[in-house]
Structures are given as structure tokens and as C-alpha cells.
Design a binder for this molecule. Sequence first.
Ligand code: NDP
Length: 333
Amino acid sequence: TKSILLKSRPKGMPTEENFEFKEEELPELQEGQLLLKTLYASVDPYMRGRMSDAKSYVAPYNLNEPIAGGVVAEVVESRNDRYKAGVIVLGNLPWQTYSISNGKGLNQLDPDLAPLSYHLGILGMPGLTAYCGLLYIGEPKEGETVVVSGAAGAVGTVVGQIARLKGCRVVGIAGSDDKTAYLKKDLGFDEAINYKTTDNMPQALAAACPDGVDIYFDNVGGEISDAVYGLLNKFARIAVCGQIALYNATSVPTGPRVEPILLKKSALMKGFIVGDYAARFPEAATEMVGWLKAGKLQYEEHIVEGFDQLPQAFFGLFRGENTGKLLVKVADF
Ligand code: NDP
């Protein structure tokens, strides 16, 4: 099997130097074990946090061990009664072309439900993040204005579409004209702003949100968020989902104080980790599948081909290369 190990902890933006490729023979399967062939591997922004050794909600990756993340794999050999050879599973698995598992923490996937890769995106962790953050923290009501940053990514595209389904005015913030056009034309966003070419974000946002902002779904943080706070309405809700603009920061970022705004507007700002809502995943997943099958949700993937491209694909998240969910196809099913 081929694996990709974390060789050193990145300072700032990660580079190829931080990773090492290794090839080795896997041992024979023991009783209870499965041999898995990686089909799709997800690259997600939170992995940047695990590459550092700072304390967080998931443990850091160990140096000289494989990176791990969301993977869709085929069971190619089984000595485990729960999984037969030929079935497809989803798990938190190492960046390896083949790996051995004891079956714990795996979920068997139904290949007829949707394309297998969807379980790393709209029907997986990012989709659930969008659903739970928007509906359980944002609690959108018809006619309200929802602003979403990182709008053209895996989470943002789903947030905006669900907000539209709930009858909200939806304004997306993203990093290219292609992305803003996609949000408006393909996904039905009411407005979309390219933060890279707009000189005055507060002004552009004010024009896009004539009735102020009731819900801000924050995927990026930093100055983009600073521009939104001034527009919050009374009883606004802010779901702090991600802060990707700060993940490669090498010093502690500072910004305007937000507390006086929250106070004056009786606004709620709440950080969350998708796992907080695990008890509600079944209802969320059922509704998402229903919307997808009914054609109410559009879904875009940015698929990079080849195991060796995993580090570069990961860097792509920070360069904004993706529209929709970024993932790597490792092998055919
Ligand atoms: P995306 O598919 O949105 O990919 C990342 C996108 O972030 C890029 O395409 C880029 O788009 C944008 N971006 C990168 N750097 C910057 C920057 N410096 N400033 C502004 N935008 C930037 O990723 P996901 O949908 O998977 O994740 C979105 C966010 O949600 C992340 O912050 C992630 O950590 C968070 N998240 C949180 C979860 C939770 O449980 N709380 C679970 C899943 C995700 P652009 O061209 O627009 O710049």
C-alpha cells in the first residue's frame, strides 16, 4: 500500500515538504479484520487544525503517521462477520491506497442511494454541518435574510440552498466571479459578492441586504465576517461554523469587538461542531436525501484524480480552487 504521512507540522500555508509518501506491504489479515481499498478520500479544512499540535476538538495527527480523514472504501477481503467482501463502507481512515480495519466506526453505504462520493459531501459530514448549523442555530423563517460566507464550497452551497427552500433571501460571499455566477444562476442565490474584487465589503453587503441580516452562517471568519456584523438585525443568529481565513495564521488575529453589536441587537452567536448534533443526524439525513431525490438541492463536486494528488488537493481548499465539494478519486469501484 502507498501512504501519505505527516512529516512535519506546517507553519502557515502547508506545503509538499510537510508530507511524505511511503510504500509498504500490508500484513496478512487477522480474524475480525477487513482489507479496504480506498475509492474516494475527502480533503477538509478541519484537517489543517489536526496538522498543528494545538489542543482542539480532534486530536492532532501524529508525526510520521498517515493523515486520516473521511474515506469511501471497498471491502476487498474480509475476516469480519459484519462486512462481506464487495460492500462499500465510509469511515475515518488513513490516507492509504489500501488499509486494514477492525470494522469499528465504519458505516456500510447503499450504492443505489446516490453516487458513492456524495457520502463525503452533501450526504455526509459537510451536508449535515450545513443542515444542522442553519436549521438548529439559524432557525430560518420565511422572508428573513441569510448571509453565508464560503458560499461556493461544500458547506456553503448547501446552506444557501436550504435557506432558499425555507423562503429566505440568500446572499453568498465567495472568491471568484465564476463562483458568484454559479451561486446566482445555478443555485438560485438572490445575490452573491466576490470578496476578492470588492473594495468596500460593508457597502456591497448593505446593498445586497436592504433589510439587514437575520442569519449569518460563517464559514470563513476574519475581515469578511467583520463586514457582516454591522448589518445584523435585532435577534439575529450567527452560526460560527468555520474560520478558514484564520487556519494558516501564524499570529493571534485581532478584529473589531463584536460584543457591543451582539448586545444592542440581542443577537445570538454560537459556535458548533457538527458532532454536537449527532442525535439528530437520522432526521437530517432523511430530509437531505428527500430534497436531493426531489431535485430540490443541486450538488457540485470538484474531483481531483489520483492518490498522489491528495496533498495538492488539500492545498486547493486554501487557494479556493473548488466550487462545491473538493475530494480525490483514488480508485474505481
Ligand atoms: P469549502 O468547500 O468551502 O472549501 C474551502 C473554501 O474556503 C475555498 O474554496 C475558498 O473559497 C474559501 N477560503 C479559503 N481561504 C479563504 C480565506 N482566507 N478567506 C475566505 N475564504 C477562504 O470547505 P468546506 O465547505 O468543507 O468547509 C467550509 C468551512 O466550514 C470551513 O471553515 C470548515 O472548517 C468549516 N466546517 C466546520 C464544521 C463544523 O463542524 N463546525 C464541519 C465542516 C466544515 P473562496 O474562493 O470563496 O475563497
